[in-house]
Write a protein that binds this ligand. Structure first.
Ligand SMILES: *Cc1c(COP(=O)(O)O)cnc(C)c1O
Length: 367
């Protein structure tokens, strides 16, 4: 039987083994482990790629969000709106600075719904932390308007958004800060943990540089309470190599999405994500291929028995559904969504034949 894993963690390494080993040798022989030129070069290249003034490599996207909120003074007594359909990390970053995450329902595009944001606004609301999910940047005008009209700060959890664009503007560059993740399963993944903060103003840029390195500035003085959240120089060097091929990665992911669309569009039991050429305002990178499926759980077992790995994102729960965290409120769209959502394999190790096999099994299940 054929086997199509949901994600093959060793692929990123094995497919670039010689290049990676020569980077390890080079960086190792220079002893360049912490905040050396490889990090600065990668930061500059990635800032250029997204069209931002600055980018600061940090330990992971969760730290990136926490640091962004904290630099902008979000803290106790403040409410921050987050999508119900996001990783718990988005909400936990808000909680870590002492503020309250408020889950908001999703719209037809499965991203945060701006009209649902408007409903929960009150005098404590200070910010919107939007998630650019599954490699898609939200339609941003309503969020920018909402923020401007109500004096809110806008932040982006772009952990899944790198490379995606709305009206030719990159995810992570719309708000005060854009937070990226280089977790291995992300479109630009390293060999461990990593993340970055995108920002456009010079002053907060300096503060992030200090904050990630114990509050220390270039002058050797300690300017504020900081932490240790530095992106490893070695990981930065490896990421830079992957970044040089990132356009091909995005193109391949879009090709896989087209193929799924072509093969599954006739199946009346599914709601597919928008195809890569369906809307000129959106350039999607397909971090995930997430769809809604009738009989989701039975489909998942059937695919598993057929050797096809799938994943239900976040274990099938919105952030408002983790009852121990006390964020519970009825969010009808998200509640319906989590009963049907499933992700099919979408990564650099699958072939067209694999995609055809997956689609054929999905169709066979409903027949
Ligand atoms: C992966 C992910 C994160 C967390 O990223 P880390 O780098 O692991 O902290 C946050 N939000 C979303 C939407 C993610 O997919």
């Amino acid at each position: 039987m054929k086997s199509v894993p949901f994600f093959d963690y060793k692929h990123g390494f094995v497919s670039h083994e010689e290049q990676i080993l020569s980077i390890v040798r080079d960086v190792g022989r220079r002893g360049a482990f912490i905040m050396q030129s490889d990090l600065a070069d990668f930061e500059a290249a990635l800032a250029d790629y997204v069209g931002a003034r600055h980018l600061v490599g940090v330990g992971n996207a969760t730290d990136a969000m926490e640091m962004s909120l904290s630099v902008h003074g979000i803290g106790p007594g403040d409410e921050v709106l987050v999508s119900a359909h996001t990783m718990i990390a988005t909400a936990s970053a808000v909680a870590s600075v002492g503020a309250t995450p408020v889950p908001v329902d999703i719209g037809d595009d499965n991203l945060m719904d701006p009209s649902a944001c408007a409903e929960v606004l009150n005098e404590s609301t200070r910010a919107i932390l939007i998630t650019q999910l599954n490699g898609r940047t939200a339609k941003m005008e309503p969020f920018l308007e909402l923020a401007a009209q109500n004096d809110l700060l806008l932040f982006e959890d772009s952990a899944q958004g790198l490379g995606s664009r709305y009206r030719d503007q990159a995810a992570g560059t719309f708000g005060r800060a854009g937070c990226l993740s280089f977790y291995p399963a992300k479109t630009l993944g390293c060999l461990g943990d990593g993340g970055a903060i995108i920002c456009n103003d010079d002053e907060t840029y300096e503060t992030y540089l200090q904050m990630r390195d114990h509050g220390r500035g270039k002058d050797g003085d300690v300017h504020l309470w900081g932490r240790n959240s530095r992106l490893d120089n070695m990981q930065a060097a490896i990421l830079h190599m992957y970044l040089n091929e990132f356009d091909q990665v995005v193109a391949r992911r879009r090709e896989i999405a087209s193929l799924y669309e072509e093969l599954l569009t006739e199946c009346g039991k599914l709601t597919l994500p928008p195809g890569p050429n369906s809307d000129p305002n959106h350039f999607d990178t397909y971090q995930n291929y997430e769809l809604l499926a009738e009989d989701r759980d039975a489909l998942k077992s059937y695919l598993h028995e057929s050797g096809v790995g799938t994943l239900v994102q976040w274990g099938g729960k919105g952030i408002h559904q983790f009852s121990k965290l006390g964020l519970g409120r009825p969010l009808p769209n998200a509640d319906r969504f989590f009963q049907k959502c499933i992700m099919l394999p979408m990564n650099m190790s699958i072939s067209d034949e694999d995609v055809e096999y997956v689609a054929q099994k999905v169709i066979a299940f409903y027949e």
